[in-house]
Design a binder for this molecule. Sequence first.
Ligand code: NI
Ligand code: MN
Length: 226
Amino acid sequence: MNITFLGHAGFLVEANGLKFLFDPFLTGNPVAVNQPEEISTDYILVSHGHDDHLGDTVAIAKNNEATAIGVFELCNFLARQKVKTHPMHIGGRYNFGKFSVKLTPAWHGSSYGDGPVEYLGNPCGFLLTVGGKTLYHTGDTGLFYDMKLIAELDPVDLLLLPIGGNFTMDVKDALKAVELIKPRHVIPMHYNTWPVISVDAGDFKEKASKLGAEIHLLNPGEMIVL
Ligand code: NI
Ligand code: MN
C-alpha cells in the first residue's frame, strides 16, 4: 500500500491496483504541492461538505471518471453535478470486490457554501480495507469513545487522524484516540494548514510513539509504503 499525503486531510492511496483519493483539497490549499489536473484516481472518498475536504472533488472526478463515495446527501449533491457516486451511510459497509468501505461517525458539521447554506448530510470517517490492510481516515471529528469499538471490529493498520484542534481534536485528544484505536501506524493530519490549527507535531509523535504506534510525519507530496 502506497500512501501519499496531499496536505490537510488529503491522501492518495494506491493498493491492489486501485487508487483511492481522500478529501482532495488542493486549489486554495496554502500547503498543497499537487495540482488537481495531475491527480489520477479510481475512487474519491469525501468525508463532508466543507471546502477544505470536498475541495476539487468534482473536477478530479470528471477528469478521471472516478466514483465518489460518501454519505447519501453529499452524493446527491455530487450526482447533480454529473459525478458518478456510490452513496452510503454511517455504519454501512459495502464490498466493492477488490476492497470494502465502511462509514464511521464523525462529530462535526457538513454544510456547503457560505451564502444560502446547503446541508450535505452527516460528516463521516472511512474504514477502507484493501489488500489485507485496513486504513481508518476519521474525517474531521472530535474524540469519541466508540473509536475503540470501531477498531475492535476492524483492527486498524493505518490511522489518519486530525491533531490540529479548533475544528477537530487536538494533540491531547488525538493521543487518547491512538490509545483507544491501537493502530499499527498513524499519519497525523488537519494541522499547520493555517495558523489557527498550528501545533507541534513533533510533540504528538514523541508521545504517540510511546503508545506503541509508529508515527509518520509527512510533508505534503511525501509518500510512505506500508
Ligand atoms: Ni470540516
Ligand atoms: Mn476541515
